[in-house]
Design a binder for this molecule. Structure first.
Ligand SMILES: [Zn+2]
Ligand SMILES: [Zn+2]
Ligand SMILES: [Zn+2]
Length: 101
């Protein structure tokens, strides 16, 4: 069975999937393009942008490594969940009990 390839009407590039062609077309039309907030590179979809951020700027990796634990009450930044727990208990004992009777 022959697979029908989708060809770009602008540059003739072929794609096995309609969705891929749709993303590719954004490069020509500029419609729906995502621009990297750091270097301005245009990506055709969120997945590519994520990949770009991770590979070029190391964004995702950094975020995963440095998980932040911010106190929702006063904004104090804690290094670990345990430290935040201790802070909550000490500085905001009333917040600890979220379920009110
Ligand atoms: Zn094209
Ligand atoms: Zn970038
Ligand atoms: Zn706090």
């Amino acid at each position: 069975m022959m697979r029908r390839f989708q060809a770009c009407s602008y540059c003739g590039k072929t794609f096995g999937h309609k969705q891929k062609l749709r993303y590719h077309l954004r490069l020509h039309t500029g419609e729906g393009l995502l621009h990297c907030g750091v270097c301005g590179k245009a990506c055709t979809n969120a997945y590519d942008m994520k990949e770009h951020l991770a590979s070029v700027h190391g964004e995702t990796a950094k975020k995963n490594r440095r998980k932040q634990h911010d106190c929702t009450a006063c904004g104090t930044r804690m290094k670990t969940a345990k430290a935040l727990e201790a802070h909550l208990a000490e500085a905001h004992p009333d917040i600890g009990n979220t379920c009110e009777e």
